[in-house]
Write a protein that binds this ligand. Structure first.
Ligand code: IVH
Length: 718
């Protein structure tokens, strides 16, 4: 077969270029040269599907989304390492090993502990067969399709010494630069940024759609050996040589030591380098090199005796607290922020740190002019550990937020108050401009009205240029002004500029305006309710509200909300008294727990407030009145011919003959409920082709597994 030969040749060639690019950082061809070969292979594979191969370089872009992850048993348990925090513990580790291996020379390696997600890669005869997370150590999630998208992981191993089985263990992580860029993009898309690179990595690997994972800047470094057959390996050195031969990137930098002094100095040296490595590290891993010695040392129930992890204390620096400024959040929360004399901590310059709230300021007794000790929590977020009292100037006075602010919001001069039982002071003026940016960002977020391309940086500019001061202003934006909007240069988390000043442009304007139109005409009412950012109204309460009301305009004068608001507070009363079920008017609505008296009181307050009134008028002027897509205020409680599925909960899995959403709608209109995961409360698992893990779970819980024909029978009331 002429095509088969060319396909194989192209795969080998692309693999080689991948390795040159990702492992050796020494590319031979240009990006366009690579793309040309890639497209040729893609075309040939499309025309000759019989030669498909999951490990083809074309599969790096991701495949069909999964339903859920299956789990799989590890070939050998994936243990953890015992953490130590003090030098004496390291000396004890050293002594224990030398006692067991009496008289033997022991060599150690010292390398960074990578702050990522552990992963096991299993190669059978040189092909990546599957990849697992650590899970509970005995079995892990099968994340093969996600791992295939990580370009620094070879999908096939080449060379003279390919073993029949090789399990490479290591860490998947996100480099600091890639992390900063990803958060920047998420910001622009109106998505919540990740708290740190490890969360971003874990979150990415949990995605069921590998096409999305392919867009995440993930990398892999090997640090351990799992099961292996068909290769003789005597020591870590042999293993490293094998990894290098296959172009599997391994952890670096790495030190070796045969004396305690050398081991301790390597650990210190690593500490002073680790912020320049380009990814998060929080310790040093020390391992015995020789596999024979490892065997003699053995394991405890949870960790090998031949390894230890030294956790570095977070770096702390002293600096001057110059002043305290106040940040006004979307819901009006006033957060005090310490403005510091810039100081270099854990790899970046820190000039601000949150003080959280007034109580925290009092607890730590922080005063302006104090010298404070700063560290980075989780190596990322700057925080103030304590005040250096010996350096306090005589005139440093205690800080009292409301007094300093004269009981006024620093942004709008509106009144501020502290709610009973809460720690935060907040601005109560709904039209406060400082809240505009965050309100617009929230309004545009994916779970709200999902406005494409309207993240925080765009919202800031819209407010700055006075094109918008509240979310509804978005509906009167003009195409030409929007296209000419100039955005600030993008910055990384370290404050480094990573792009030029950018014009918003025609393309993004068109996308944004299209999604604004979609919000106006097609977004269901629950999204609108959530988008308004009313305190205590999250997406589930918004959905419950839209089940109970047909149109957005029905909320302001809703009897249901008024009745709910009049109920005694849930937490304060015994179960029987607080029940909505016992209310003469509310009972028949079967309102769920997402909507209680507190939420209802907040809604009433909102619609009565000046802003609420303004919003209602604005919406009617704009002729926007979103409709509920789940309006069913009085649910059926007994099955009938019309609603045969009342009281039944379904879970869907596998490939069905129509999109899941259609089955969901069908079941719901017939009185049933559809849930995402199987529990003892599930009545039926509607399973199409495939759908492995849910099927297994249903069977183990004794949940009936049915097919589409069975569902038909149920609908007929059989
Ligand atoms: S060696 C028997 N080396 O830390 C375990 N682990 O606390 C041998 N980790 O789950 C693991 N960097 O995923 C090793 N350089 C490194 C590491 C490392 C990070 C993770 C690893 C493991 C956890 C143990």
């Amino acid at each position: 077969m002429i095509f088969e030969a060319r396909i194989k040749e192209l795969r080998a060639e692309l693999d080689r270029h991948n390795q040159l690019y990702y492992q050796d950082a020494n590319p031979e061809i240009s990006d366009t040269g690579y793309d040309r070969l890639f497209r040729e292979l893609e075309d040939l594979e499309k025309a000759n599907p019989e030669f498909a191969d999951p490990n083809s370089p074309t599969q790096r872009v991701g495949g069909t989304p999964l339903d859920s992850f299956t789990t799989r048993t590890h070939l050998l348990p994936m243990l953890s390492i015992d953490d130590v925090f003090e030098e004496p513990e390291l000396i004890a580790f050293w002594d224990r090993i030398h006692k067991t291996l009496e008289g033997e020379k022991v060599e150690f390696t010292i390398e960074p502990k990578i702050d990522g997600v552990a992963c096991s890669l299993v190669y059978q005869n040189g092909e990546l067969d599957y990849a697992l997370t650590r899970g509970d150590g005995a079995s892990g999630d099968d994340i093969t399709s996600n791992v295939r998208t990580i370009r620094s992981i070879p999908l096939t191993l080449k060379g003279e010494r390919v073993p029949t089985l090789l399990e490479v263990r290591g860490e998947i992580f996100m480099p600091s630069k890639g992390f900063a860029k990803l958060n920047e993009q998420r910001d622009e898309q109106g998505l919540q940024p990740f708290a740190n690179p490890r969360n971003a990595t874990a979150g990415s690997l949990k995605l069921l759609d590998s096409k999305e994972v392919a867009k995440r800047p993930l990398e892999f470094l090997a640090h351990g050996l799992g099961a292996h057959e068909g290769t003789e390996l005597e020591s870590e050195n042999d293993y490293h040589a094998l990894l290098d031969e296959f172009g599997i990137r391994r952890n670096h930098p790495i030190w070796t030591a045969q004396t305690l002094e050398k081991m301790l100095s390597a650990i210190k040296e690593l500490d002073s380098h680790r912020h320049d490595i380009g990814h998060g590290t929080d310790g040093a891993v020390i391992k015995v090199v020789d596999f024979g010695q490892r065997e003699t040392l053995g394991f405890t129930s949870r960790a090998p005796r031949w390894a230890s992890a030294f956790k570095y204390p977070p770096e702390q620096k002293e600096t001057l607290l110059k002043k305290i400024t106040i940040q006004v959040g979307r819901t009006g929360v006033l957060t005090p922020v310490a403005e510091l004399e810039p100081v270099f901590v854990s790899g970046t310059t820190v000039s601000r740190a949150t003080l959280h709230n007034q109580e925290e300021i009092e607890r730590k007794d922080v005063r302006i002019g104090d010298t404070v000790i700063v560290e980075k929590a989780g190596e990322i977020i700057p925080s103030i550990v304590q005040v250096v009292l010996s350096k306090r100037p005589a005139d440093a006075a205690p800080y009292h937020l409301p007094t300093v602010l004269g009981h006024q919001c620093p942004s709008c001069h509106g009144p501020i108050e502290k709610e009973e039982g809460f720690v935060a002071w907040r601005c109560t003026n709904f039209t406060c401009p400082a809240q505009a940016v965050t309100r617009i960002t929230h309004f545009s977020a994916r779970k709200a009205l999902d406005l494409d391309g309207l993240g925080e940086s765009v919202a800031i500019k819209l407010v700055e240029t006075q094109l918008a001061s509240s979310p509804l202003d978005l509906f009167t934006l003009e195409e030409s002004t929007l296209a000419d909007l100039m955005l600030d240069p993008a910055k990384s988390a370290e404050g480094e500029t990573i792009s030029k000043e950018r014009r918003f442009g025609e393309k993004r304007t068109a996308t944004l305006l299209a999604s604004i139109e979609r919000a106006r005409n097609n977004m269901p009412m629950n999204r609108w309710i959530f988008a308004m950012g009313i305190s205590h109204i999250g997406d589930s309460s918004a959905r419950e509200l839209s089940r109970l009301h047909e149109r957005l305009s029905d909320l302001a004068n809703s009897q249901i909300i008024a009745d709910l608001a009049g109920l005694p507070d849930f937490k304060e009363l015994s179960k029987s008294k607080r029940k909505k079920e016992n209310h003469p008017r509310l009972a028949e609505y079967h309102i769920d727990d997402s909507l209680g008296p507190v939420a209802a009181q907040n809604l009433l307050a909102f619609f009565k407030s000046e802003t609420g009134q303004l919003i209602s008028t604005r919406l009617s002027d704009l002729e926007i009145n979103p409709v509920s897509d789940n309006f069913a205020p009085k649910p059926q409680t007994e099955a009938s011919d019309e609603f045969p599925l009342v009281g039944k909960t379904f879970v869907l899995t596998g490939a069905l003959s129509a999109p899941r959403s259609q089955f969901k709608k069908l079941i719901e209109t017939k009185g049933g409920k559809v849930s995402g995961s199987i529990s003892t409360k599930t009545d039926y698992l509607l399973a199409g082709e495939g759908g492995g893990s849910k099927r297994t779970k249903a069977e183990s819980l004794g949940v009936a597994v049915i097919n589409e024909a069975d569902l038909d029978e149920l609908l007929k009331g059989a």
